[in-house]
Design a protein around this ligand. Sequence first.
Ligand code: NAP
Length: 271
Amino acid sequence: MSVPPAAPPPYQAYSIAGQTALVTGASSGIGEACAWRFAEAGCKLVLVARRAERLAALQQAIQQHYNVPVHTIVLDVQDLEAIARLPAELPAEFREVDILLPNAGLALGVASVHELDMQDAATMINTNVLSVMALVRAFTPSMVVRNRGHLLFMSSIAGREAYSGGGGYCASKHALEAFATSARHDLVGTNIRVTSIQPGAVKTEFSVVRFKGDGSKADAVYEGIHPLLAADIADNTLYACTRPPHVQVAEMLVFATYQCSAKVIARVLKE
Ligand code: NAP
C-alpha cells in the first residue's frame, strides 16, 4: 500500500515589519494606497509629494491608525539636487531605506507627436524617469553595502505598448522599463530585488491630471468598466515585497478584467 503524501507546510510569506519604505507620490492614488499597506505591514515610512497639507493629513491618519513612525518630505521630485541630498538629510532612524518606491509620475495630454507640447514632454521625462534615476542613485548605495533592499518601479502598460496620443508618456515609461531592467542586471548577485509593476487603467487622479482638470474627459476613461483601484495596485506591490527573499517578482502586468491592452477596453457595464 502506498503512503499518502504529506501535506506541504503552509507557504511562508516574508515579513517587512520594521523595514523603512520610501514612497514618492504619496499624496494621492497608488502611492497613498501603498503607504497605508506598508504601514499595515509594520514599516517605517518616508512619504514624499508636493502637496504639504495632504501629506501632513496622511501622516497623522497613518500614525493614529497603525502607530508606525512616518516622516514626510515636501518636494518636487524634478529637483534632482534635492534628491541627492535626501539620504544625508533624513533623520537617522529613516536613513537606511529598505524599500524604495519612486511612484510619483504623470501623463500630460494626449497630443500626437507632431503637436507635442515640449514643456509637457519635459515634465513627464523629468518626473517619470530622471527623478527615479536620481532616487535610485541616492538610496541604492546603502542597499548594496547592507546587501538588502527592494526597488519597486511604478511603470505602466505604457511601458510595454506605445499608443497614439501617448508619445511623451509611453516614451517615459519605456525608458523606466529599460532602467528597471538595467538595475536588475547591475544588482544581480546581491539580495536586492527589482520589480516593475505595470498597471492598466487605475481610477486615481491620474486622468484628471492628464486632461488638466477636465473631469468629464477623465471620467470617460473609466466609463463602462470596473477599473482597477489604487488599493488593487497597492496589494500587488505588497505581494512583491512579501515574497520570501529568494523570490524576485520581476514584472507584474495588471489589467482591469475588461481590459486586454493599453487601448482595448470592453465598455459594457451599464450604470
Ligand atoms: P495620481 O493620483 O495623480 O498620483 C500621482 C502622485 O504623484 C501624486 O501623489 C502627486 O503628488 C505625485 N507627483 C506628481 N508629480 C510630482 C512631482 N513633480 N514631485 C512630487 N510628486 C509628484 O496618479 P496615480 O495613478 O496614483 O499615479 C502613480 C503612478 O502610477 C504614476 O507613476 C503613474 O504613471 C502610474 N500609473 C498610473 C496608472 C493609472 O491608470 N492611474 C496606470 C499605470 C501607471 P503631488 O501632486 O502632491 O506632488
